[in-house]
Design a protein around this ligand. Structure first.
Ligand SMILES: *Cc1c(COP(=O)(O)O)cnc(C)c1O
Length: 234
């Protein structure tokens, strides 16, 4: 098949973009005194061939927003050893599919989902890695739990052996001035440190996207979620 993303030149360009992003993550981490920042490649709306091209460069972790779209790609790429993260809002009627088919859920935001996910997680898959999504700017329209509700939700997740609390995720408001975004990132860092002090297994602060991941790393992100800068505009 000759779709554009199968074309060798497209794959070369994707590989060059990938290496450039990895180098920028590495440099931002070094400047912040860390070396462990992970890249989540956000492949929503992009074809399985684009995921395959990046996987051939060594990328393992991919993020998807829509469950059905993700399941279709997972089926197409079943032979590859990939790690799938759900980063979009989770409806309760999708808990079973998420528990069965994902490695990470980054968008847990309410108590009701905790027992449903734990009940549906197949034991042979090991615990589902969970990040609590925080509505750090208290936007009425945004998914995520209120900062004040994080501690109680974290305790609920930790009480379920089928789930493994790994940390927090946020999508701060895309304020025009990059420097203004630092305020929300720093608030997330403080919240993350409070959760980690209580639950030592917690190791992941997921924040920063294509246009602000270096600032997020400077503010303490251990995982950045990048779509556009890797795969082009959606
Ligand atoms: C789409 C999306 C991203 C990636 O955004 P880009 O700006 O394309 O890098 C990251 N996180 C979440 C939750 C998203 O929905």
């Amino acid at each position: 098949m000759n779709t554009p993303s199968d074309h060798p030149r497209a794959i070369d360009a994707a590989a060059a973009d990938y290496r450039a992003i990895l180098a920028r993550i590495e440099a931002a981490g070094r400047a912040a005194g860390r070396h462990d920042t992970r890249l989540l490649a956000v492949s929503k709306t992009k074809p399985a061939a684009a995921v395959r091209a990046l996987a051939s460069q060594g990328q393992r972790a991919f993020g998807e927003n829509y469950v059905q779209e993700a399941l279709a790609k997972q089926a197409e790429l079943a032979g590859l050893d990939l790690e799938w993260h759900l980063i979009g809002p989770l409806q309760s009627n999708k808990c079973r599919e998420v528990a069965q088919h994902f490695d990470w859920l980054q968008s847990l935001d309410r108590a009701k989902l905790v027992t449903m996910l734990a009940r549906e997680r197949p034991p042979e898959r090991g615990p589902l890695n969970v990040l609590i999504q925080v509505n750090i700017d208290d936007e009425a329209s945004k998914a995520g739990c209120a900062p004040a509700a994080v501690a109680a939700l974290a305790d609920l997740v930790v009480a379920e052996p089928a789930l493994r609390l790994r940390g927090l995720m946020a999508i701060p408001q895309p304020l025009a001035e990059l420097e203004q975004r630092r305020v929300a990132f720093e608030r997330m860092r403080r919240l993350f440190e409070a959760v980690r002090a209580r639950h030592p297994g917690v190791d992941t602060l997921s924040m920063g996207m294509s246009d602000d991941f270096e600032l997020a790393i400077a503010s303490g992100a251990t995982m950045v979620r990048i779509g556009t800068a890797l795969f082009g505009a959606r």
